[in-house]
Design a protein around this ligand. Sequence first.
Ligand code: NAD
Ligand code: AKB
Length: 317
Amino acid sequence: MTKDKILVIGASGQIGVELTLALRKLYGNSNVVASDLREENELLKGSGPYVSLDVMNKEMLHVQVIRQNITQIYLLAAILSATGEKNPGLAWHLNMQGLLNVLDIAREEKLKKVYWPSSIAVFGPTSPKINCPQQTIIEPITVYGISKYAGEFWCNYYHQRFGVDVRSIRYPGLISYKSAPGGGTTDYAIEIFHEALENKQYKCFLKEDTYLPMMYMPDAISATIGLMEAPADKLTVHTSYNISAISFSPKEIAAEIKKHIPDFKITYAPDYRQKIADSWPQSIDDSVAKKDWGWKPEYNLSLMTEDMLANLNNKGQ
Ligand code: NAD
Ligand code: AKB
């Protein structure tokens, strides 16, 4: 049996850093090659191989896959919802062409598995707001959401037509303290912790009652690895799986933070991101992921808040 060798593309990003470290624990440091357009993240330095790579350069990507004997790719390079609205053309180009480059190479080199994340951003104003189902009306209004929805169908197409084992999760907003978020609408739920600790106040760019689906990073990492380790014959969804953990509003997370920092104050100044948030569901039904591969989250709002504050305090933030 060939030994697994993994390439993580976009490894210096918010998810990439933690996922690379988790994969290195599982597969061995030298078997997980981190790559990114930007420089290697400090937390990755010394923990395993790193190559500088642009996913848009298909030839160079192909060379690396062959040279490093790669058997699995985790593709994390993308432009997220808020940044995408500032440059729709670039977001579409990176999010689509990057995925197509990886899927083509996976097909040609007969890679064992590919991981590519989608997002709750595929859903739009016409999707159900509460417990949004796996299969429903999907009419996204952001370029990011459009690119994710199209990407889901490319994954399904490569699976059906060419037998590429590509797996995907529609992540909710992810909250973490190790590496900074990359330009999403849910980023407020990370900024709020930093500002609460540094300044005891936060000006939120969403309205107080904007409920969104969220998840703490350890749950997102365990979901990703759980899906990638699941037996192929258990998987019934080849577009992307809904998963869910917590739903809260800025007002609710502020109240939770206040339990630890009593003089913390939040104010609200909604901007262009409000419209994006309003178009997304408030909560997600993940019963299919639970049934197919046993997905189960661990963190609720209070556990996550406690852990975020403790870890940011330890980091001296
Ligand atoms: P991020 O912006 O933090 O990281 C993306 C990384 O990709 C960055 O380090 C960036 O330098 C790199 N990159 C950009 N262009 C590249 C290129 N051409 N070649 C190689 N690398 C390039 O994003 P993230 O939050 O870690 O998200 C990773 C994936 O998960 C994305 O597909 C995103 O849509 C998806 N996702 C994230 C969230 C979230 O809340 N973070 C939620 C849903 C889905
Ligand atoms: C964003 O806000 O763009 C991301 C996402 C939910 O995909 N966090």
